[in-house]
Write a protein that binds this ligand. Sequence first.
Ligand code: BGC
Length: 763
Amino acid sequence: MLIRIVFLLTLAACLPQAPAAAQEKQPGDDRQMAFFIDSLMSRMTLDEKIGQLNLLTSDMDVTGPSMRKNYAEDIRKGRVGAIFNAYTPEYVKQLQDMAVKQTRLHIPLLFGYDVIHGHKTIFPVPLGMAASWDTAAVEKAARIAAEEASADGINWVYSPMVDIARDPRWGRVMEGAGEDPRLGSLMARAYVKGYQGNDLSASHTVLACVKHFALYGAAEGGRDYNTVDMSRRRMFETYLPPYKAALDAGAGSVMTSFNEVNGIPATGNRWLLKDLLRRQWGFSGLVVTDYTAIPEMISHGVGRNTSEVGTQALQAGVDMDMQGEVYVTQLKSLLQEGKISRQDIDTAVRHVLEAKYRLGLFSDPYRYVHENPDKVIMSPDKLAFAREMARKSMVLLKNAGQLLPLKKSGSIALIGPLADDRRDLIGAWSAAGDWHRAVSLLSGVKAAVEGRAKVYYAKGANLVDDTALLRKLNAAGADITVDAKSPEQLIREAVATAERADVVVMALGESAAMTGEAASRSDIGLTPNQQELLSAVYATGKPVVLVLMNGRPLTLPWEDAHIPAILESWFGGTEAGAAIADVLFGAYNPSGKLTISFPVSVGQIPVYYSHKSTGRPADPGNKYTSKYLDIPNEPLYPFGYGLSYTHFSYGDIVLSTRKLRRGEILRMAVTVTNDGHYDGTETAQLYLRDRVASVTRPVKELKDYRQVFLKQGESKRLTFTLTPEDLKFYNRDMQWVTEPGDFEIFIGGNSRDLQRAAFTLTE
Ligand code: BGC
């Protein structure tokens, strides 16, 4: 309290022209904010202004290639506007004290962190959460993350990551919502609402940062940081909508991406940041770079030195330099040389100060360090929700002969390198998450059977045997251990364990370190040693349930052809093991649906449901059509796909009209029936195809969906509407229009198996 009073008094003394009330102003009061910031900026020296544009990492966590040791000294000297990778109230307070008590103008710091799928209570990786298709649940997960992060001193999260990704080789597909712009937009919005709530200055909300702007998910070959070259049409139709949706939901900051966009690095791309983001979309918040993205423009080859690339970044509209130390070292001389203007600097400074103002930091710089985090973090209600979120995220890929759910009787062999793992369950980018608190599958299964079934365990294989890969992963902190027993012995033990049991549950997949940043893979199958283990156990003839733990689509043709039951559990977070057990034994009937296609083979990539028709659509009877000689065109498991323990059937689509006039709303209804033997939740998906237009259109596009819980035998009539806006697209002149013509509607439980209806749009 004393500190707060001292701060306010000091600040008031510094800002005689700012009315006392200005320090207690409410967010959203833009005039008061402008008045306050004008007053503050009129007192700032050039050095102090430039300091505000500098974002440095602390040494508490490492998320990039470089680090500056004496960041504390920089803070004291007013050379830093924000810190990331620092948390806990004690540490944040210590650093905030330096800024607030030891600098001339006492301007508080922002504290950023990569809170991607939870802070301490870890939820499934975002690709998994998206598979819930449950935006309310995702918003709640983000809200919990905000509560924990803010109690831990953080006021700015580097999330949501909304990059559309259609290349599962790219390790960062796990951070986003998958391949579809519509679903991606809904998820983007849910995260922003969850983080920011309605009042950014409330102590349990945090500033969201939409990333990575832009098109990072389209890196060539799925290789991280690689070149992006894309038509404007594809950008606007597919890749840009989720960023826009996050901004429309109020996201207060944007992070630039590492990649170039059509020849110009995103971080120096004036078209992207000024013309599109600021002018066209009206964004008025803070633009920060990704980690050292400004100096990296030298390697991109658009500047010889930091002063050249610094000029480009500032003039393109970048406000804050993350860890690049280009602004802090170059802007002053660039201004003196007349290469940049005072206005360029002032605009950037204003954006930084406005973010601080909106967070309420000028009223109380210690807003985020008051709470006792122990009361907030990992409380039982949060863990219970993490378990629920994990259950909702799982996707049942196959369940031949209704092998699942399992009975809690007889004997179960739990086999695989991930069966008793906790380290990997919380996934990549698990922030401050503590894997020691994660529930392994083995303990989840043991707790679930409550002694009613025998549970045997065998590791069976190492997660990775390939020594070169192991070396790389462990150098990056993966902690993958190699068993003292030989691979042959591990397999022998696994086979013997399987033979003793009535049913086998295999836990296979990736190490968390095989996903996330700088973790691209060219082969996205199970590692060869895990495949060997699986086929050896399969050869015992025991019924096998394969539980996958991974952060990207995997290629699973052999598994799909041989293994009767396959459950995709992603990296399920802190409560993963308990949640998987809930699903395995039927306490929860799986309801997740894929939001990214699982290819048959890497050779199909990119494979996505909303592709175009070609002039020669695939026809098996005609050689000269668009197809492969050796594999099908279709993915193994399509977008929107996911089974349930029950079965849902769809009636015919009933349309309000078959001739829709321009400007009218189309109403549709379909009856969904649970005609299986369990209660369950279905996600009914609505797709649209524009049959003929002035430009080619996708064979289908997700427009809407409904989630419905149906008891056994129950039917419900679901209704949908399509507005004129839903029929719009970018025409030949890139205008957003509707065109009269023939359309098809599809409704069903995935993007492949659908009911169909047609209508015509007339003038
Ligand atoms: C990542 C960002 C992240 C940043 C800060 C970068 O390497 O690309 O997603 O927010 O580091 O940790």
